[in-house]
Design a protein around this ligand. Structure first.
Ligand code: NAD
Length: 259
């Protein structure tokens, strides 16, 4: 594995208590970063933090709903008052299964609040400090749904599409301040997000559904959270200093090789 030195870097990771966020938190911490996790699941996230601390890393949890602007602002200001604010990874996200007819106004609002407003809130809170420093990296967790849409995921695809356009706008508006902004678009990754979806929608058929979903990806399996975190580790590093305003699909061939 490539090794990176994040010793002097403070990293904010949203949704770092589970799945991809958990892998991100552990990987950045094991590369020396000072990791601050914003997640609304306190106990589960504390377990991630405890594991990092046991291994001699630096991490702490801030219980937070990213859709709440006041909460995000207060937490980010607290972190920024004692640390540099080098990297923000907007990873927290939620899904809803349904085409437009299966998406109520309240489903729509819920996904907007977390997947769009949550990303906006975190970037909005971090930008002043990054501008003052003259540098910073923002990395957003989009999805293959952002570019190709996924059937029966109307609100998810729509909100993840907005994550891409936010990425491009931020990259353009802050390039002169030394701030880079990119996104990652995974296809299916084996996390609690996927397991919960299968057990909720296909009770008793979990194993078959898992195999079926794995086979929708040309590579024949789901990604491991760690494989997504490896790309993030590179994109947030100085090795990627020429990369901004770009989306990176990491999809086992889903977009280009299907069909
Ligand atoms: P997960 O459900 O395993 O973890 C998500 C984490 O985000 C949880 O710890 C949860 O508590 C937290 N969270 C959710 N809403 C929050 C809120 N309002 N405020 C604070 N924390 C909140 O999910 P995952 O599979 O690891 O997905 C992480 C990201 O990757 C999401 O944005 C998801 O859309 C994206 N993604 C996942 C897949 C996949 O197949 N798993 C594919 C493409 C994109």
């Amino acid at each position: 594995m490539a090794s990176y030195n994040y010793k002097d870097k403070t990293v904010i990771i949203t949704g770092g208590g589970s799945g991809i966020g958990e892998a991100l938190s552990k990987k950045f911490a094991s590369s020396g970063a000072n990791v601050h996790i914003l997640d609304f699941q306190l106990e589960k996230t504390q377990e991630v933090v405890d594991e990092v601390l046991e291994k001699g890393g630096r991490a702490q949890v801030h219980q937070c709903d990213v859709s709440n602007q006041e909460q995000v602002k207060e937490i980010v200001q607290g972190i920024a008052s004692k640390n540099s604010l080098d990297i923000l990874i907007n990873n927290a996200g939620i899904a809803h299964v349904g085409n437009i007819e299966g998406t109520s106004e309240s489903d729509m609002d819920k996904l907007y609040q977390v997947n769009i407003k949550g990303v906006y809130n975190c970037i909005y809170a971090c930008i002043p400090k990054m501008k003052e420093q003259g540098n910073g990296v923002v990395l957003n967790m989009a999805s293959i749904a952002s570019t190709v849409g996924i059937s029966d995921r109307f609100a998810y695809s729509m909100t993840k599409g907005a994550v891409l356009t936010m990425t491009y706008s931020i990259a353009k508006d802050y390039i002169d301040h030394g701030i880079r902004c990119n996104s990652i678009s995974p296809a299916r990754v084996h996390t609690p997000f996927v397991d919960n979806f299968i057990s909720k929608n296909y009770p008793g058929e979990e194993k078959e559904m898992f195999e079926k979903l794995s086979k929708t990806q040309p590579i024949g399996r789901m990604a491991k959270p760690d494989e997504i975190a490896s790309l993030a580790l590179y994109l947030c590093s100085d090795e990627a200093s020429f990369i901004t305003g770009t989306d990176f699909p990491i999809d086992g061939g889903f977009i280009k090789l299907n069909g």
